[in-house]
Ligand binder design. Structure first.
Ligand SMILES: [Mg+2]
Length: 178
């Protein structure tokens, strides 16, 4: 199939391609002894599960240069995205403008883990006002106004949300789209 003719697939980074939760937990564990397997209440943000005085710490971490540079990729994400490229025009779409230091880190991170995605298919943006056929994201604020097929990638904070087609793992994404 001609590249131009392939459907466009837009994929989010944090908590979809990148295990950002794990990075936060690593830092909370390192600095405050929080257990890596802390109970995460369904529907709550990770920081809402922490002792009250740590609720705002995530904003300090996330704005530090380097925060986004060494996040582990989500399980099976690399192989699946590589396979999806055969059938789709894969775009990475990240609201990177929210954290100014994230831009360079995210670009370098993609170069490390997803070097097969060309720069022309990396969209660092504010609101995700994009034209694509399918969008995979863990935040319904990004999916809500999207016109195509919406796949909600499961994360503890979105477990109580209903009314969306849901994918729990990259293996499930592969099962649906490949
Ligand atoms: Mg996300």
């Amino acid at each position: 199939m001609n590249n131009e003719d392939k459907p466009r697939l837009a994929i989010d980074m944090d908590e979809v391609l990148a295990d950002t939760h794990h990075k936060f937990l690593t830092l909370y564990h390192r600095d405050y002894g929080i257990a890596m397997d802390i109970h995460q209440e369904p529907g709550k943000e990770l920081h809402e599960n922490l002792p009250h005085d740590l609720n705002g710490q995530w904003k300090i971490y996330i704005n530090e240069k380097g925060f986004f540079r060494d996040i582990p990729p989500m399980q099976d994400a690399i192989e699946t995205v590589k396979a999806l490229q055969e059938r789709y025009n894969v775009y990475v779409v990240s609201a990177a403008m929210e954290f100014r230091n994230s831009l360079e880190d995210k670009l370098d991170w993609l170069g490390d883990h997803f070097p097969f995605i060309p720069w022309t298919h990396i969209l660092f943006t504010g609101e995700k006002i994009i034209a694509a056929d399918i969008m995979i994201d863990d935040r319904i604020k990004n999916l809500a106004r999207f016109d195509g097929r919406k796949l909600l990638f499961t994360s503890p904070h979105n477990l109580l949300i209903t009314g969306y087609e849901r994918v729990n793992t990259w293996k499930e994404v592969a099962g649906l789209l490949l």
